[in-house]
Design a protein. Sequence first.
Length: 440
Amino acid sequence: MKKLLKIAEYILLILFVILLLFLKEKLSILLTVPCLLFLYFLYKKDNIKNYTLFLYLVAFIVRIISIFILKVEIADDFKTMYDASLSLLKGSVEFMNDSYFHTYPFQLGLTLYQTILLKVWNNVIFLKIMNSLYTSLIVVFLYKIMKLFVEEKTAKIISFSYLFYLYPIYLNSVLTNQHIPALLMLVVIYFVLAKEENYKNALIVGLLLGLANFFRTESIIIILGIIIYKIIFINKDYLKRSIIFLLVLLCSYFVFTNTTSYLLKISPLYKNNTIVEDGKNSTYWKFYCGLSVDANGLYNDKDVEAYFNSSDEKKLLLERINQDKWKFPLLFLKKEVILWTQTNYDLRITNMSGFFYDLIQYFNQGYLNLIIVLLVISLIPKKEEEKKEVLFIKLLIGIYYCVYFFIEISPRYAYNLHMLAFLLLGIGLERIITRKWDFK
């Protein structure tokens, strides 16, 4: 098992070394030097008391300021869900006749949540403020998780450096359904790594993943990671406890998701009960779009028209696989390059243009390049056996990497991926600062 784990670690390293070759605007990394000097200064000082509260307040202030400085348009899916929330706020369910909710009924989670918030204060700013509360907690949990396997001051610096990364700050103003699931993902990781393996914590983890799934159908990836992690490090002395943990987790997760699904179906939203059937139409959509060679796995109108006008979506998907299967290796590479190295691909800041806007984009690309470089250093396997906590993070990154070979991608989807990457950056930072290259 140890040899297999080491082989898997090297495979993951090779995958990211390849991505280094495709980094855009490589010289942009030089713009991050002032930030690095500032972070190194903090690393040496390390005299901030009550750092968790300090980190949360700074993150929250930065995000609140960004809400008013960055004018981010509400567009695409987010505009549809926001408009639906406004309609529901007025007592109208006419939006349920929209083809969007017929095709993607799972988007009702964010719609209902936004409606509840808008009842408190009917202003889009309030939604963004609530996003700021959640995303500031994300920074805190990055710090708490990193402390489990790197020095505390290293965890402080890396978590604080997350504040320099523009894309999460920008996305904070986007009414996306990613923020709450992303926070819950980190809370779950913390519970799995730091809390005792008992049925109470398993229940909490299952319910948290069920809640995350209510907003965004991505929890199954984390569940798969937990199952594999438990199997790899299963202890014969605690076999029964591990099995109970997984069973309670799965039961609580599926009870929660099935209950919320049932409650939605019997609610006034589903009066005509047609959406349940129509929703099945999207079963193969993510794969059909994700395997589009011409569009590099990105959303595109050509695939939308072909897929949703088809009478047999499964057959259409199989035809695409048979026709383009030999082109898939190159497609997979292109998709991962877009996903990991181009997260500024869909930035839409309407009140910025010209040189200043280009400079911000250039800095953001440089910071992303720095993240990937530092991640590669962090991924180099140690000579001795790696800590279990680190292997769990690597496992999740590897699963995400493989999943996105096959399904639709968007640079925005790297939001979670880069959080996982940040969790490992402290390893690379310590190797550079201490010059202790433990993989020799």
